[in-house]
Write a protein that binds this ligand. Sequence first.
Ligand code: SF4
Ligand code: FES
Length: 213
Amino acid sequence: MSDTETYRGKTLTIHVDGAKCIHSRNCVVGLPGVFKANVEGPWIDADAAAAEEIAAIARACPSGAITYERHDGIEGERAPDVNLLRVRENGPVALHGDLRIAGHAPCTRATLCRCGASARKPFCDGSHAGAGFTATGEPATTQETAMLDGRGGTLEITAQVDGPLRVAGNVEVVSGTGRLVRRATKLALCRCGGSANKPFCDGTHKTNGFTAP
Ligand code: SF4
Ligand code: FES
């Protein structure tokens, strides 16, 4: 389900899919005159800053809740040259790349549930906080760190029934502080919350009763 709001300005239109927001507050802190915190009703003024400033804040929205279209002839958002998967302490994994999430429109940014509690799987809906989910944002660096043939390109993400998220494509897994954890072309990411090797699946979903479509 999407509850997208649209705010049209002279040079750029902002879309916000509130159901994807993980409340990182990048937007309301980065450009408080555009993204207004704690207001009733419309909370975005798409003309309150230069289009490039707003576009930069939109591209920094980790969940992909904010997207934009420009009306000034400048190119819109494009996929990054390097696909990244960031591990968030006690929270979701954040992907940045040319993302093809099965059953959803292509996108470049997404935060995906790894606690098992989201009602919007595969996306994070913030349930990790209420669920008391704890998981390090600094997993150990593994040995598979050789350079890949490519660093960008399409990332295919598929949710395995009652099991992990499968990621296929060039991807660099980094910790919350940006340290390289692993380079890979295939990953199985824990989404049941039970793995002892988070963010990776260790098969625990088979024994802890995890169910997910
Ligand atoms: S996830 Fe995006 S929309 Fe939500 S607070 Fe962060 S920057 Fe703003
Ligand atoms: S999905 Fe959590 S261990 Fe496999």
